[in-house]
Write a new protein. Structure first.
Length: 595
């Protein structure tokens, strides 16, 4: 410990005895206690096998500095493990000392997550490397509002450097967007170790699962995380999102995700009351993170998502955007995505106006080179930027169809709406059949060695064919057995399979996968394929809405052999089949938003 300019500054003790060299150098009394012998318990270390990321067994460097100024203690943990997750057998858990902790795996091992608070699940480790966590001897109550707990940290193995050719295929771990990491890691965000672990999970796992492109950094880390420096609502929304993602995978935090969620909601309400004094990006970021929370990880309700989106739109319209502000542009792109996805999920019209054909140029991470192989890839929409205006128009047709059904067939308004509905449906069908993604230079579909771009390419095509399934089946009321319906069901599932086979980004794949799976007919063909893809996506992403969507799909399949219920429309229009999945969702008690 040394003193300078009236401030006490922590320095790492080199553990020389009887006096460390740093204290001796500065002529002060050494206050470090003698190093206590490590109290080894039966499960006080974890040996990890090599985990493959993408097509390679890669490991990623980190710039983190590690503190060893904490005392050993076995009295507390960052997280606790729920043994019932995935109904694992307790006897097997006791023997599974060499398993992996990762969102890429369908199950997690049976060790205490105390040993894993700062593990990068996308990195691999050799069996000789250990993870040792230092925890404090006394935990404060989660109800306390201050962040004054004593600093503690973890020691993690230092991964080997990744090969140059993996920089695009694999996620890139970037440093702190606020400052260089200080000991302990992520202490600039919170004094509490369990909260630092949530920031760690958000940065090293979650933020990588919800973007397509990050060759020069992750946009959530580059643009959203810096807002937490002065915005508790944004920080609490990040805590809530990361905590709920872990909870769904069976990992309990000392503080629950609902606690952070309520604090984030309260914080947003307080910000809005400030009117013109509010920071536009601060409010929009907090709202958008709450949308991610409700859609991806919370067993919430679709009307809550709609409420958040309306709030976002209100703030966006009543504040002045900066056209050169990358964070504002990124947040509005996220809003446009969820606005359409929520409309497709709920059978309602989007809140926003349709984007013009050229307004959605690919949004790149900060510092991305112009000549990047991903230059035509958007961070949130992938290769679907030119497809999104078409899907936006498609999402308006169900509400237009509902409005049409309420008009008397002999009325003038019915004739006008009928003409608008028919012409719009035909235009959308034509546009979808003609659409192709704009490919990067030198990229050859299914031949290029860049598996990351191949995955993004097939993701975009799955949206195109799923949109045609939705148009024929939901909007136009074609029979499930219709040749066109089944053709595009099969193509959608094949592109979903190619997306996961190339092991690239799987974000935003749920809507096309769900639409095609609900209409799949062949037990030994399309349905087997759908089940396989669902399992792969759930294993990779670990989001609640994926598991709930798969439960609904199985419920739809279970209705085979029963006559589809039909509804007579008051207007006298032809009989249309219901969306059976909505009835199944009600029966199982879920409200799906396919983010």
């Amino acid at each position: 410990m040394k003193q300078g300019k009236g401030l006490w500054t922590k320095k790492k003790c080199d553990e020389n005895r009887p006096k460390c060299s740093r204290c001796d150098e500065n002529g002060v009394e050494c206050v470090y206690a003698a190093v206590k012998p490590r109290q080894r318990r039966k499960r006080d270390s974890l040996r990890l096998g090599v985990l493959t990321a993408g097509a390679h067994s890669q490991e990623y460097p980190t710039s983190r500095r590690l503190s060893q100024a904490s005392c050993f203690s076995d009295d507390s943990s960052y997280f606790t493990w729920r043994d019932e997750y995935h109904d694992r057998d307790s006897a097997n858990e006791a023997e599974d000392d060499a398993a992996l902790f990762s969102p890429l795996e369908p199950t997690f091992p049976g060790f205490s997550i105390t040993e894993l608070a700062s593990v990068d699940p996308l990195s691999g480790y050799t069996e000789s490397e250990e993870i040792v966590l230092f925890t404090k001897e006394k935990q404060e109550s989660p109800d306390q509002q201050d962040d004054t707990l004593p600093a503690t940290t973890s020691i993690v193995p230092r991964p080997r450097s990744s090969s140059p050719e993996s920089t695009i295929v694999s996620p890139i771990i970037v440093g702190s967007p606020l400052f260089e990491f200080t000991p302990p890691a992520f202490s600039e965000f919170s004094e509490r170790p369990n909260r630092r672990a949530l920031v760690d999970h958000f940065c090293k796992v979650l933020s990588h699962l919800i973007v397509f492109r990050e060759e020069t950094g992750n946009p959530f880390q580059q643009l959203i995380l810096p807002l937490t420096r002065k915005s508790p609502p944004v920080m609490n929304a990040i805590f809530a999102l990361a905590c709920a993602h872990l909870e769904y995978r069976g990992v309990d935090n000392l503080e629950k995700s609902l606690y952070f969620h309520h604090r984030a909601i309260q914080g947003v309400a307080q910000l809005i009351q400030q009117n013109d004094k509010v920071d536009r990006n601060e409010v929009l970021a907090a709202i958008m993170l709450l949308v991610y929370y409700e859609c991806l990880v919370q067993k919430g309700h679709s009307n809550i998502v709609a409420g958040h989106l309306k709030g976002f739109l209100t703030i966006a319209h009543t504040t002045t955007p900066d056209p050169s502000d990358p964070a504002g542009i990124f947040l509005e792109r996220a809003f446009r995505f969820y606005d359409v996805i929520a409309a497709l999920s709920n059978g309602t019209a989007p809140l926003s106006d349709p984007p013009t054909a050229n307004c959605l140029l690919p949004l790149s991470p900060l510092g991305a080179p112009v000549t990047s192989p991903l230059c035509n890839v958007d961070t949130l929409l992938g290769m679907s930027t030119t497809l999104w205006p078409i899907i936006h128009r498609l999402s308006t047709l169900v509400s237009l169809k509902s409005e049409l059904s309420l008009q008397p067939p002999s009325s003038t308004k019915f004739a006008v709406l009928q003409s608008e509905f028919s012409s719009t449906a035909q235009a959308i069908e034509r546009a979808l059949n003609e659409w192709t993604p704009i490919l990067p230079a030198d990229f050859i579909p299914d031949s290029s060695p860049n598996a990351h771009v191949q995955s993004i390419y097939h993701n975009a095509l799955s949206y195109r064919h799923a949109s045609l399934v939705y148009l024929y089946r939901t909007v136009l009321g074609s029979e499930r057995e219709d040749e066109l319906v089944q053709k595009h069901v099969r193509l959608t599932l094949e592109h979903c399979r190619s997306t996961v086979d190339h092991k690239g980004p799987m974000s935003a794949l749920l809507w096309p996968l769900f639409v095609a799976s609900c209409e799949a007919l062949k037990e030994e063909g399309d349905r087997v394929l759908a089940e396989r893809v669902f399992k792969e996506v759930d294993r990779r992403q670990g989001m609640r809405n994926i598991g709930e969507a798969w439960e609904v799909v199985r419920g739809v399949w279970a209705r085979d052999g029963f006559k589809e219920e039909e509804e007579e429309v008051k207007s006298g229009c032809e009989v249309k089949p219901k969306e059976i999945w909505r009835e199944v969702a009600k029966e199982v008690g879920v409200n799906l938003v396919f983010g």
